[in-house]
Design a protein around this ligand. Structure first.
Ligand code: FAD
Length: 475
């Protein structure tokens, strides 16, 4: 059939995966079209994910930090919070970044088509054009004919079936809208997204409860790291309900009433002013007509791919949240480059040894590669080395010496295979451990690398030196 637009590479979705794939594909000389339903490029990460959450977390961290200064003889008094202005700041941050992306797309002559895309067959995508913020269809359609396609349609919030529609019940997107600060807030799901948003609201004045089905908050990193975060954050919570199910949510005039089930769960329904549902994200693989293109999608909505990011249909690639865990922006970007390079006939493979994770709480928790827990499970022989920040001059000077840096080595080769950091700026530091793992460094490589003093990052070198049996003279 006829097509309105022809291109070498069609990219579906403009999140970190999609825009990275489109830019790389255009840079490699391919005529590239990107289809996105929403008004701005950037996807979940820039519009309603990584970036707005960090804009708010930054403000929260400064408020908390300033409160700590009282012990040093510096008193600011209670913060006066103009929530409209704070929201405006967050919007400005998003605008700078999405505007930047639009400029980069234009500079590369990547054509953007605004609308909801559905595959018609292995070489055609139909786009129902959208207007406004992307929720409204204009009724117009366009058909794109493509040589190759890169699917980057991302993921969406999981909705729990028993939860009613009510403005006092929000998902992460609703929480980021920051409409009001509740007195009493429930976070359903003790994962990173829930705890980050909980941190923001708690610093702005909310009391928190959190309910989690698993036996601990923040699954992923080793428990010793999480313990430090939990101790520093106990003051935010009235009740941390672990091994507990949420069984009913009822919206009443005076609040949202939630019923729990679990050994230590409260018997009576509890009343909240705001409920944040952060119970995970689901891939969008089933919402794009993939079957019309012959692309296999799993029951859960993931699209299986090989190391070149190809689906079962060789000229159609898939990347980002909808190809599997971990659902993280930096994973999507690297997969995007691999897909685009293969589309341009460069042989590229996704073969990252490790993908780091970070909880941008206060303190931050960052981890990568092998954990102690995983090693135990897999029967991998490891040795570890821990450098407590109570011995770090910089951490002490900062008044934040609760953290520690842990390195995990292969017991035989002493090569580094994992690491974890809890403490302020842990997320900014974990990249060094990622590089060390990718480069196959051993404990001497890391320990003999001169790190600047006094820095928090120095704790990585120190942890290696402790392992090497050297004395770490600099506090
Ligand atoms: P997405 O970002 O989901 O983008 C997919 C895009 O495709 C969307 O814009 C969507 O509108 C569009 N789309 C989907 N279907 C269609 C269609 N049929 N037609 C047209 N357009 C379509 N990750 C981190 O690494 N660090 C963090 O700090 C972090 N914080 C987060 C905080 C929150 C609150 C949330 C929700 C997520 C966070 N994430 C974070 C996860 C991160 O946002 C995702 O991993 C990342 O956005 C995935 O990128 P993607 O390109 O796969 O898809």
């Amino acid at each position: 059939g006829g097509a309105d637009i022809e291109c070498d590479v069609l990219v579906l979705g403009a999140g970190p995966g999609g825009y990275s794939a489109a830019f790389r594909s255009a840079d490699l000389g391919l005529k590239t079209v990107i289809v996105e339903r929403y008004a701005t490029l950037g996807g979940v990460c820039l519009n309603v994910g990584c970036i707005p959450s960090k804009a708010l977390l930054h403000n929260a961290a400064v408020i908390d930090e300033v409160a700590h200064l009282e012990a040093n003889g510096i008193k600011f008094g209670k913060p006066e919070i103009d929530i409209d202005q704070l929201r405006g700041y967050k919007e400005k941050v998003i605008g700078k970044l999405t505007g930047g992306l639009a400029g980069m797309a234009k500079a590369r002559k990547v054509e953007t088509v605004r609308g909801v895309g559905t595959f018609l067959d292995p070489n055609h995508l139909e786009v129902q054009l959208t207007s406004g913020d992307g929720k409204d269809l204009t009724g117009e359609k366009k058909v794109v004919r493509f040589g190759q396609a890169i699917i980057a349609a991302g993921s969406r919030v999981v909705k729990l079936p028993f939860i009613p529609e009510d403005p006092r019940i929000v998902d992460s997107t609703g929480a980021l809208e920051l409409k009001f600060v509740p007195k009493k807030m429930l976070v359903i799901g003790g994962g990173i997204i829930g705890l980050e948003m909980g941190t923001v609201y708690s610093t702005l004045g909310a009391r928190l409860d959190v309910v989690e089905m698993m036996d601990g908050l923040m699954q992923g990193p080793d428990r010793d790291l999480v313990k430090v975060w939990q101790k520093m954050n106990e003051h935010r919570f009235d009740n941390i309900m672990l091994n507990t199910k949420t069984t009913a949510v009822e919206a009443k005039e005076d609040g949202i009433y939630v019923t729990f089930e679990g050994e230590k769960a409260p018997r009576e329904p509890q009343r909240y002013d705001l409920v944040l549902v952060a119970a995970g994200r689901a891939p969008n693989g089933k919402l794009i007509g993939a079957e019309n293109a012959g692309v296999v999608v799993t029951d859960r909505g993931f699209i299986p791919v090989d190391k070149q990011m190809r689906t079962n249909v060789p000229h159609i690639f898939a990347i980002g949240d909808l190809v599997g865990q971990p659902m993280l922006a930096h994973k999507a970007v690297h997969e995007a480059h691999v897909a685009a390079e293969n589309a341009a006939d460069h042989k590229a493979y996704f073969d990252a040894r490790v993908i780091p994770g970070v909880a941008y709480t206060d303190p931050e928790v960052a981890w990568v590669g092998m954990t102690e827990e995983q090693a135990k499970k897999d029967g991998v022989k490891i040795e570890k080395s821990v450098f407590p920040w109570a011995a770090s001059g910089r951490a002490i000077a900062n008044g934040r010496d609760e953290g520690f840096t842990k390195l995990i080595f292969d017991a035989e080769t002493h090569q580094i295979i994992g690491g974890g950091i809890v403490g302020t700026h842990a997320g900014d530091m974990i990249g060094e451990i990622c590089l060390a793992i990718e480069m196959g460094c051993d404990a001497h490589d890391i320990g003999k690398t001169i790190h600047p003093h006094p820095t928090l990052g120095e704790s990585i070198g120190m942890a290696a030196e402790v392992f090497n049996g050297s004395c770490t003279d600099l506090p």
